[in-house]
Design a binder for this molecule. Structure first.
Ligand code: GLN
Length: 545
């Protein structure tokens, strides 16, 4: 499969763009996010990017932080051509040190003391006099003693030639520096993290006031441009196929395709027998009647459940069975749709495969991992095989999750779908610990349905990032209606997280848990106990298998 390199109008060609060059800091992508929250479009590329190969001119460049020391022999360095672009440049931490290194060789050294955590920043203003005022712009609207967040061990020995100090902390005499005639700035702290409360003001000062980037990156503008882009890419006859799951990403991508090329986009929903209660039906209604998407639903539940029978102790095996069966069915269906489309209309062959890849996946594949590490190639999110010979179309590949949600609202996708919790591809098969049988599926589904219903009724659904009921592979004793029972145990799991890399369990109040537990035991046949999972991630994972 090829990626859409033939892209006719990428956003950096139509929106003023701030380029973030990534030196491998764990926060680099946050710089891009913050700028987009300010409605300024921003893209991240590795620090090794050759400026001559860029093919477009950014309005400004930000050099990120990074784990290296600029004075190491194998330290990464920015293409010096960046200083010939004639646009403002802001260096953050390693980026500041890189600017100092470039302008004043060997001017960075290891500090005596590492500085990690909060510091209080004092702004030094210079007035309009000698510099024409641009040096004060970075810290406009900042007060003295503003909290900033530091994470560094190296420091500048002295000011580089033609730079002046614009901010200090008690430990960092060069917490902020600016070039006296060019719009080059460096800061030792991280404005992109929430621990620097005024960080966004600084990024706005840089992007909007100094770089003069327009604040026109909005989802309504993106929709129009993206529809235009898809139409050009696919052409007047081209056909696209894509799997949908009822999750926010695939639904938004599908709706966008529908708006762009109507019924030449073919959505396929595979019912694998381990979807949530009534899900195949609800998704079908929303996508077809509600959103007008050309959808084929394939009920393959028997095939999936048949293949899952007898698999007890190996969660990976469950995942593989479900993944492979899915591919098999999707491919068969793609052939059928292609044949039918060919016969009934003068449409072209199906050449394109829709994927709901998001920007974090792209970032993950391009972020700078250092001189020795190999850069990971982008994994195929849907896991579809190469021999399908389809070109990829990824309309969400420039967007963060919150932007996808906003886009969804913009496209008229119902709010409860836009805010849906993530649901794994292998479905509740990996929430049924032990063997997946139709009876176990029934129990897990019903319990999950009650839990989610109560979370919604309590107005907590959006506070929680992901919640579900799992079925444990054990039995416990209980008394129901004066009779001794020996039945199964449901484990409830609910977590809060911003990035799904780490997560905390959600602190429900006792009355809420009591209500959910009572309902599940009363209403779900086969369950006599309910427990709540109080494991964070790490050491736990969000899903149970
Ligand atoms: N490695 C450099 C230092 O320790 C830069 C750190 C950073 O960019 N966060 O100062």
């Amino acid at each position: 499969m090829t990626s859409d390199a033939s892209d006719p109008i990428p956003p950096h060609k139509t929106f003023d763009t701030i380029l973030v060059l990534d030196f491998g800091s764990q926060y680099s992508h946050l710089i891009t996010r913050r700028l987009r929250e300010l409605n300024v479009y921003s893209e991240m590329l590795p620090c090794t990017q050759k400026i001559a190969d860029l093919g477009w001119t950014p309005k400004g460049v930000i050099l990120s932080g990074g784990p290296y020391s600029v004075y190491w022999d194998d330290a990464p360095h920015v293409d010096p051509a960046v200083f010939e672009l004639n646009v403002p440049i802001l260096g953050i931490c390693y980026g500041l040190q890189e600017i100092a290194w470039t302008f004043d060789n060997k001017n960075v050294l290891a500090g005596e003391k590492r500085e990690y955590g909060h510091a209080y920043l004092k702004v030094e203003r210079h007035g309009d006099g000698e510099t024409g005022g641009h040096v004060d712009k970075l810290f406009a609207d900042w007060e003295d003693n503003t909290e900033v967040w530091m994470s560094h061990g190296d420091k500048l020995g002295h000011l580089p030639t033609d730079f002046i100090t614009v901010a200090t902390t008690s430990n960092a005499p060069f917490a902020g520096i600016a070039h006296t005639s060019k719009k080059y700035y460096g800061i030792q702290f991280h404005p992109e993290v929430t621990h620097t409360p005024k960080g966004k003001v600084l990024l706005k000062n840089f992007a909007v006031d100094i770089c003069e980037a327009q604040t026109n990156w909005t989802m309504s503008k993106f929709v129009d441009q993206e529809i235009e882009r898809i139409r050009k890419l696919v052409g007047p006859k081209g056909q696209v196929i894509g799997a949908v799951s009822g999750g926010v990403d695939s639904t938004v991508a599908a709706k966008l395709m529908k708006e762009a090329i109507g019924d030449r986009f073919h959505a396929v929903l595979v019912d694998n027998g381990v979807l949530r209660l009534n899900e195949a039906k609800t998704v079908k209604e929303t996508l077809t009647a509600g959103l007008g998407i050309n959808l084929t639903v394939i009920d393959a539940s028997e095939l999936f459940l048949g293949r899952l029978a007898g698999v007890k102790d190996d969660p990976e095996k469950k995942r593989k069975i479900i993944g492979n069966t899915f591919i098999e069915i999707f491919q068969e269906e793609a052939k059928k749709i292609a044949a039918a489309a060919h016969e009934t209309s003068n449409a072209g062959e199906i050449e394109w495969l829709l994927q709901g890849t998001l920007y974090p996946d792209v970032i993950e594949s391009i972020s700078f991992k250092g001189p020795s590490a190999t850069i990971k190639t982008h994994h195929n999110v849907g896991g579809l095989p190469k021999d399908m010979n389809l070109k990829l179309i990824e309309p969400l590949r420039e967007l963060f999750k919150d932007e996808v949600r906003e886009l969804g609202m913009n496209l008229g996708i119902p709010e409860d779908l836009v805010w849906r919790h993530p649901f794994p591809g292998p479905g509740i098969a990996i929430r049924i610990l032990g063997e997946v049988t139709p009876e176990q599926v029934r129990i897990a589904r019903e319990a999950d349905h009650i839990f989610i219903e109560e979370i919604k009724a309590a107005g907590l659904y959006r506070n929680i990032s992901q919640a579900f009921a799992a079925l444990l592979p054990v039995k416990a004793v209980g008394v129901m209606g004066d009779k001794r029972v020996h039945d199964q145990v449901i484990a409830l799991r609910a977590v809060e997280t911003t990035d799904f890399m780490t997560a905390d369990w959600y602190p429900f109040d006792g009355a809420f848990l009591k209500k959910v537990s009572r309902r599940i035991v009363n209403e779900v046949n086969g369950v006599c106990r309910v427990v709540y999972d109080i494991t964070s991630k790490p050491p736990g994972t969000i899903e149970m298998e």
